[in-house]
Ligand binder design. Structure first.
Ligand SMILES: N[C@@H](CCC(=O)N[C@@H](CS)C(=O)NCC(=O)O)C(=O)O
Length: 246
C-alpha cells in the first residue's frame, strides 16, 4: 500500500507523529508537500485537497493521509494513527488495546496543544512578539503544573503496562511509543532547563525515548535529510524566557 502524507513542508509539527510511524514500519510513502510542485506535488497539491469543494471527507487542517490506491483521505493526527496502527503493525490486535492506544494518543494530542499554547496563548494568527506577556504566564503554569502532570501520568502508564516492560501499550513497539519519543525530544528542545529538572523523575520515559531513538529505522531516519530539524516555526520552540523551571 502506498501512502501520501500531507503536511507543512518546513516544520516537524503534528506531521512528525505520522512520519515516525511510517518510517519505523518502513512503509512506502511520500511526503507530498515537500516534493516539487512541478511534479504535481508540493504545496499546491496539498492546498487543492484542503480547499477543494468537491473533496469527499475534507480535512480541516494538516496532517492528513491519502491512501494512494483507494484515494481515501484521513485527517486528524490521532485518527491517522488509528488507521495506520494495525496496517503498519504498530498496535496490538485486540480491540481493547487499540482503543487504549487511541486514548493515549488523544491525551498526547491534548498535551501537544498545551505545548503550542505556551508560545501562542492568545492566537495562532498573531506573532509571538504580540503575546509575549501572556506566553510567559502560560508557560510558567505549563512548566510547573501541567508538564509534571502529563509526564507523571505517562511514567505510570509505562510502569503499569502488563505486556511489554518499557513501552506504553502491549508487548511490542507501538505508534504511541514513537509519539512519546517525539514529545520528549521536542520538550527537551523547547524547555531544556525544565526538562533537565524533570527527566530524572521519569526514568521510564527517558529509557523509552532512548530505546526508540536507537531503533535501526528510526535512527536512520533521524540522521537523514527527511528529518526536519526543530526550529522556531514549529510547535516545539525554544524561547529561553519561557523555560520556566530553574
Ligand atoms: N487536531 C488536529 C489539529 C491540526 C492542526 O492544528 N494542524 C495545524 C498544523 S500542526 C494547522 O495547520 N492548523 C491550521 C488551522 O488550524 O487553521 C490534529 O491533531 O491533526
Amino acid at each position: 500500500m502506498r501512502y501520501e502524507l500531507y503536511y507543512w513542508p518546513s516544520i516537524q509539527g503534528r506531521g512528525e507523529f505520522v512520519r515516525l510511524a511510517l518510517e519505523e514500519a518502513g512503509a512506502d510513502y511520500v511526503d507530498v508537500a515537500r516534493m516539487p510542485a512541478r511534479a504535481g506535488a508540493g504545496m499546491p497539491a496539498m492546498m487543492r485537497l484542503l480547499d477543494g469543494e468537491s473533496v469527499a471527507c475534507p480535512p480541516f487542517a494538516p496532517p492528513f493521509l491519502r491512501v494512494a490506491d483507494t484515494k481515501r483521505l484521513i485527517g486528524q493526527t490521532a485518527n491517522v494513527l488509528l488507521f495506520l496502527g494495525p496496517r503498519l503493525d504498530l498496535v496490538p490486535k485486540r480491540e481493547a488495546s487499540r482503543i487504549w492506544a487511541h486514548q493515549l494518543q488523544l491525551t498526547i494530542a491534548d498535551w501537544l496543544a498545551e505545548v503550542h499554547d505556551t508560545h501562542h496563548p492568545i492566537g495562532g494568527g498573531l506573532y509571538y512578539e504580540e503575546q509575549k506577556r501572556e506566553a510567559r504566564r502560560r508557560s510558567a503554569n505549563f512548566c510547573v503544573e501541567r508538564l509534571p502532570k502529563f509526564l507523571g501520568y505517562f511514567e505510570t502508564i509505562v510502569a503499569s503496562n502488563p505486556g511489554w516492560n518499557g513501552g506504553l501499550v502491549g508487548r511490542a513497539v507501538s505508534y504511541v511509543d514513537l509519539s512519546m519519543f517525539q514529545m520528549i525530544a521536542g520538550l527537551r528542545y523547547a524547555f531544556p532547563r525544565t526538562m533537565a529538572r524533570l527527566d530524572p523523575k521519569h526514568p521510564r520515559l527517558v529509557a523509552l525515548h532512548d530505546r526508540i531513538a536507537g531503533r535501526p529505522r528510526v535512527a536512520d531516519y533521524l540522521a537523514s535529510k527527511r528529518r526536519i530539524a526543530f526550529n522556531q516555526s514549529g510547535i516545539f520552540r525554544h524561547y529561553p524566557e519561557l523555560d520556566a523551571l530553574r
